[in-house]
Design a protein around this ligand. Structure first.
Ligand SMILES: Cc1ncc(COP(=O)(O)O)c(C=O)c1O
Length: 376
């Protein structure tokens, strides 16, 4: 997830320019002393880039999920279904919105298993959160048709797969609401930050008010005299994040094509001997991680050591497995969900993730893959 690898003088200039434009770091108001509205400009650029009617920048991806769930009307006791290969933030957002997290297993793409999803849906289910993990789309075809049939809302957690597509359209706009993260590990980064995408004006208006203490932001009123209809919270992004976001967005295309080249080098060599992660029909990954499977634990260790010798970690698998597998989240989930997560834990224990980095040369990936093939 290499957005930070491309930080250079352009981001620095974007920040120093803010000082020349009135030094306003706040996204709203101060109209008389500012020349720019960076967060708003970034939101407009995202709307065009990802073809969403409405985008709202917020303080983090975690905040974006929580706000998104609240906009879908999640309240105390509602069940929200998500998946066992995930990041803890999704569960925390469900709990914070008052929901009860339910967990599905994952399929060969390591994303939500639609067959298990069908079994988990019941009268209390109010939303489904498919999480497009590490660059790959979930099986949206089947998840969407199930949700439609059962009249359940979808929130797409696309924090980890910005730039990936389903049916030629960017992930994040296929459900009722979608979210991105721009934290420091993501393909484009604003240090911390998140985005809410939706084509539904009602959802957008709710999110806009909720993330900013309920402010209606009526243009003819000063902020101090602004009106309010509901309580909210403070999940605003700053102008510093907005300004950086505009620069990083311009770099996304370069990163996506670089990822694809390196991913395909690894694939061509490693698929000769290893089972690799499934790509669902009609989907296009952002290719920022290459995942393959090795059942033999000793051999897996040898591969991981080789990766270390090449100066690469294994990202979440297995480096940060405990933060990405719900089997380990006894502090957030009940016993039933922990038990449901066991099969995923076993599957993930056989997975190895190679991060695709911009600064690591394609030739190095080729040498790495050839050396992995030679290991006994
Ligand atoms: C799948 C997923 N959801 C949510 C988040 C939370 O995003 P943030 O770190 O911006 O709060 C992350 C971040 O790592 C993530 O990977």
């Amino acid at each position: 997830m290499p957005g930070y690898e491309l930080i250079n003088s352009l981001e620095k200039k974007a920040l120093t320019d803010i000082f020349k434009q009135g030094s306003v770091f706040f996204a709203h108001g101060f109209d008389k002393i500012r020349k720019k509205y960076h967060v708003r400009e970034f939101e407009n650029l995202c709307e065009k880039y990802f073809n969403a009617k409405y985008c709202l920048m917020v303080s983090s991806g975690t905040a974006a999920i929580k706000i998104g769930l609240k906009s879908l009307g999640i309240k105390n006791g509602d069940e929200v279904i998500t998946q066992s290969f995930n990041f803890i933030a999704t569960i925390e957002a469900i709990l914070d919105a008052g929901g009860i997290p339910r967990i599905t297993s994952v399929d060969e793409s390591l994303n939500m298993c639609p067959i298990d999803l069908k079994k988990k849906i019941n009268k209390k289910t109010k939303a489904i959160i498919p999480v497009h993990m590490l660059g790959f789309s979930a099986d949206l075809q089947n998840i969407k048709s199930l949700a439609k049939k059962k009249k359940i809302k979808i929130l797409e957690d696309n924090c980890e797969s910005i730039g990936a597509k389903f049916k030629k359209k960017y992930l994040g706009i296929h459900g009722n609401v979608g979210v991105f993260s721009f934290d420091f590990g993501k393909i484009i980064t604003t240090g911390e930050g998140g985005l809410i995408l939706t084509n539904d004006k009602k959802i957008f208006n709710y999110c806009k008010q909720y993330h900013d203490h309920g402010h209606l932001n009526i243009p003819t009123l000063s902020r101090g005299n602004d009106k309010v209809k509901m309580h909210g919270f403070n999940y605003r992004a700053t102008e510093l994040q907005g300004a950086i976001g505009k620069v990083q967005l311009k770099k996304l295309k370069i990163l996506l094509s670089d990822n694809k080249i390196k991913y395909n080098i690894l694939k061509k060599i490693l698929e000769k001997k290893f089972l690799i992660r499934k790509i669902h029909k009609d989907t296009l990954p952002n290719y920022d991680t290459f995942i393959f499977f090795e059942k033999n634990n000793q051999k897996k260790k040898r591969i991981i050591n080789l990766l270390k010798r090449f100066g690469l970690g294994t990202k979440n698998l297995p480096d940060a497995l405990k933060w990405h597998c719900s089997y380990y989240w006894k502090h957030c989930l009940n016993k039933r969900e922990i038990k449901n997560s066991l099969s995923t834990k076993k599957m993930l224990e056989q997975a190895i993730a190679i991060p695709i980095n911009y600064r690591v040369k394609a030739l190095k990936y080729e040498r790495l893959a050839k050396n992995i093939l030679k290991l006994k």
